[in-house]
Design a binder for this molecule. Structure first.
Ligand code: OSB
Ligand code: MG
Length: 368
């Protein structure tokens, strides 16, 4: 199909509650939303980079400049038969995977719609519901954490993940474990620890955690491998995984035994599928992460989660958790701990023009 035109919007989406992690407090998301058009069809994807480079290096400003100033002018007017053909055009650029993923993922949506197939079938998925867990931000106290965890477990979430940081780790874990002895429980440090803090992480070994997510630096594999040797609990890598090569090297050296795969962090669905296949080859566990996406990004994540090895619950919690009003028309709500995959062609969700109007800061049309 020929890429005819594009629309780039910047959304400002206020969260229903402050979401605190080891790297800061999120109160709103600034979301670059891309529409690609071809033959009367539209494909959608969003950028998951933060406004500031606090999670990884990419920023909203950098992504908008790169996508609007370079990628779209170069790609519009060209004909691409497959996502692989488009990927060749994106391959020369270094890094900037979240920005590249915007274009790649919007193309997959468009392509699946042109094939009149749901994205999950085009990707090769094997289920039409995916298991879901929930990520809970840092709370003011251990008791609040345990209450919040218990409420979400009662809603059906199949795994509770607690954000932790140095000085706030064993306390919330102990409180939640006491309240929920049998629930699948994990923690996510978002790179806040160093090897010098190994003893604090070793203290978590007694709580039956399914894994400890990204304790060490965002760009590190070697220290994670050293830490894993001294921990019983499996390590899970999030920030450190940007490509299939990272994944191969991480699993080869034992930097972790679990992968949190975020399709938009690794450059799109093609690279995500390669990573999925590597986890099968290495017999590693896999789950689908989240970046507090709108329904557009969430729908992409849900379709990807239908691939065979996504057996652990993912961070694809209900849209109504974060948003008073999402920007899509279809509900994305968890039922008994599972998210139904939106049926219909492509990602299976459509924009709600009224909701969109309320959160759009600017809109730019880009022509071939
Ligand atoms: O580390 O997994 C993370 C949200 C924003 C940035 C980083 C992370 C998160 C989450 C996922 O924990 C939350 C979600 O999308 O529901
Ligand atoms: Mg994480």
């Amino acid at each position: 199909l020929t890429l005819e035109s594009a629309e780039l919007r910047l959304l400002e989406m206020p969260l229903k509650f402050d979401f605190e992690t080891s790297f800061g407090v999120m109160r709103r998301r600034y979301v670059p939303l891309l529409t690609l058009r071809s033959g009367g069809l539209e494909g959608y994807a969003e950028g998951v980079m933060d406004f500031l480079p606090l999670y990884r290096e990419e920023t909203v400003a950098g992504a908008v400049a790169f996508v609007e100033g370079q990628l779209l002018p170069r790609l519009l007017g060209q004909r691409f038969a497959t996502p692989e053909a488009l990927a060749l055009e994106l391959a020369p650029y270094r890094g900037n995977r979240m920005a590249r993923a915007m274009v790649e993922m919007a193309f997959w949506d468009l392509w699946a719609k042109a094939l009149r197939l749901p994205l999950w079938q085009v990707l090769g998925g094997v289920r039409h519901k995916v298991p879901v867990g929930v990520s809970l931000g840092i709370q003011p106290g251990a008791e609040q954490t345990a209450d919040l965890a218990a409420r979400h477990a009662a809603e059906g979430y199949r795994r509770i993940k607690l954000k932790i940081k140095p000085g706030w780790d064993e306390q919330p874990v102990a409180a939640v474990r006491a309240a929920l002895p049998d629930t699948q429980l994990t923690v996510d440090a978002n790179s806040a620890y160093t090897l010098a803090d190994a003893s604090a992480l070793q203290r978590l070994d007694g709580y039956g955690l399914k894994y400890i997510e990204q304790p060490l630096a965002f760009d590190d594999l070697l220290d994670h491998a050293a830490l894993q040797k001294n921990l019983r609990t499996p390590l899970c890598l999030d920030e450190s995984i940007t490509s299939a090569r990272d994944t191969r090297q991480a699993l080869s050296i034992g930097a972790g035994r679990v992968i949190n795969l975020k399709v938009a962090r690794v450059g799109g669905h093609l690279e995500a599928r390669r990573i999925h296949d590597l986890t099968l080859a290495f017999d590693a566990s896999l789950w689908c992460g989240g970046m507090v996406e709108t329904g557009i990004g969430r729908a992409h994540n849900i379709h990807l989660s239908t691939l065979e090895n996504f057996t652990l619950p993912g961070d694809t919690s209900s849209a109504s958790r974060y948003w008073e009003r999402d920007i899509i028309q279809e509900p994305l709500e968890v039922e008994r701990g599972e998210m139904p995959v939106p049926p219909g062609p492509g990602i299976g969700v459509s924009l709600d023009p009224q909701a969109l109007a309320g959160v759009t800061r600017w809109t730019r049309e880009i022509q071939a």
